[in-house]
Write a protein that binds this ligand. Structure first.
Ligand code: CTP
Length: 422
């Protein structure tokens, strides 16, 4: 049996929770409830307890309650936390990590996915403070449903602010509790559709992405290449567009379509790629996912090199290509505030990627193991590590689209935090 912890906030829509509890129980989902102080002004713990068949928790400092099940256990011994209705004040306190009552303490202590159903007056929902709080919570991986447009409790007022309907909530909760349906445990990493009316996380940002291999000509018919499919870089461009950014994709020769809504420049060689990258600056985020050839033919021939039966095979002299990542990560006025590189390694993945991050002056490196056994090239899924200046995070196996989305959400969060401390 799946378990939901329902945190009931203080809004007129709290009465809908009584119906929500029933509908979830009908679907064999156990519901335990926490009520904020304000929620108790709208419905009583007695009513909620009677319907849920469980003692309702209301107080962080309730000795008996803490003995029965402490707030930490309550936060963890559930499959999903649903906050409904989430008031502007509750969202603000969640966004700032408050923990001064049972509801916020549970929300701060939890490691399970959280779904929030906001409900408030449209002016409060539209206020820049609420916009900021919602964006912050989204970047933290919190999922939102609603609010919907419609009539408000206040007579004569209408707009976006009504809590999502119980049927919508039930459908979403069932979906989140179903593994593989965008559900359980994945929320921290994945896109859950943005709250209606919320400003997209990367709105107003320019994201520059390189993708695919480069082809370095030897003569008009032959070239040096590598196995990159471009899937990861293109997924990053697509995710950046979905999150509201203006996207420039600099793509080497690939067999996959250009993602919708993305401006693309097609290039062949590393030096063309570098020129295109420099021409596309300035950017807020640069994600250099291309597998750039390290070397090119030192003297590409204009005519096709002929095979001569009486002569040994021709020697191929190589010259080093420019390092695009190292070039644009160099300090300077055009340096994007966040430069992210990739590291494809076969040995000592994290150690080598750390060294690469420092050597190339990248802010972050996404490291992956490309040893043959792992079949990364052309595959749909991958297991990566995100290396930042002071941290190494090992992510679970995800699809390339999921990695793209998670990476860009992290990037958006990073830029928002930078702006705040600037
Ligand atoms: N990169 C680049 N320009 C190059 C080579 C690499 O911009 N000429 C970028 C890639 O896009 C990637 C990162 O640098 O973001 C790491 O590339 P990788 O091929 O793993 O590392 P190399 O620098 O080539 O080192 P090595 O092959 O020795 O591991």
């Amino acid at each position: 049996m799946k378990r939901v912890l329902l945190v009931i906030g203080g809004g007129i829509a709290a009465y809908k929770c009584l119906d929500l509890i029933r509908r979830l129980q009908e679907r064999r989902i156990a519901v335990r409830c926490v009520m904020t102080g304000a929620a108790q002004a709208f419905i009583t713990p007695l009513a909620v307890g009677a319907i849920s068949n469980e003692r309702v928790a209301t107080d962080l400092f309730d000795l008996e309650g803490e003995r029965e099940i402490g707030h930490i256990r309550m936060a963890r011994e559930t499959d999903l936390i649903v906050v409904a209705p989430a008031t502007a004040d509750l969202l603000a306190r969640m966004a700032h990590g408050h923990a001064d009552d049972l509801a916020t303490a549970v929300l701060l202590a939890t490691r399970v996915p959280v779904l929030v159903a906001p409900a408030m007056n449209p002016a409060m929902w539209d206020h820049p403070a609420t916009r900021r709080n919602v964006a912050r919570l989204e970047a933290d991986g919190i999922a939102f449903i609603g609010p919907n447009a419609g009539e408000m409790a206040e007579k004569g007022e209408a707009g976006v602010g009504r809590m999502a309907e119980v049927s919508e909530l039930v459908a979403r909760i069932e979906n989140l509790l179903t593994p593989g349906a965008g559900g359980k445990g994945e929320i921290g990493f994945l896109s859950i559709s943005a709250a209606k009316g919320a400003r997209p996380l990367l709105a107003g940002r320019h994201v520059l992405v390189t993708s695919g291999p480069t082809h370095e000509p030897i003569d008009p018919v032959r070239y040096i290449a590598n196995r990159s499919s471009g899937k990861q870089g293109h997924a990053i461009a697509a995710a950046a567009h979905r999150l509201g950014a203006r996207v420039t994709l600099i793509s080497g020769p690939v067999q996959i379509p250009v993602p919708e809504g993305v401006e693309v420049r097609h290039v062949e060689t590393a030096s063309e790629m570098l020129d295109a990258v420099e021409a596309a600056l300035p950017a807020d985020i640069a994600v250099l996912a291309a597998a750039v050839a390290d070397w090119r033919a030192a003297e590409p021939q204009r005519g096709k090199i002929k095979k001569r039966p009486d002569a040994p095979p021709p020697a191929l002299a190589l010259a080093e290509n420019p390092d695009i990542l190292a070039t644009i990560a160099k300090p300077g006025p055009q340096r994007p505030p966040l430069v992210i590189g990739f590291a494809a390694e076969t040995q000592d993945v994290i150690g080598s990627a750390k060294a690469k991050r420092t050597a190339k002056a990248a802010d972050w490196i996404v490291a992956n193991d490309v040893s043959e056994a792992r079949h990364v090239f052309g595959a749909e899924r991958n297991t990566v590590h995100l290396l930042t200046a002071d941290n190494v995070e090992s992510w679970p196996e995800l699809s390339k689209a999921e990695i793209a989305e998670a990476l860009l959400r992290r990037a958006a969060q990073h830029l928002a935090a930078r702006r705040e401390t600037a």
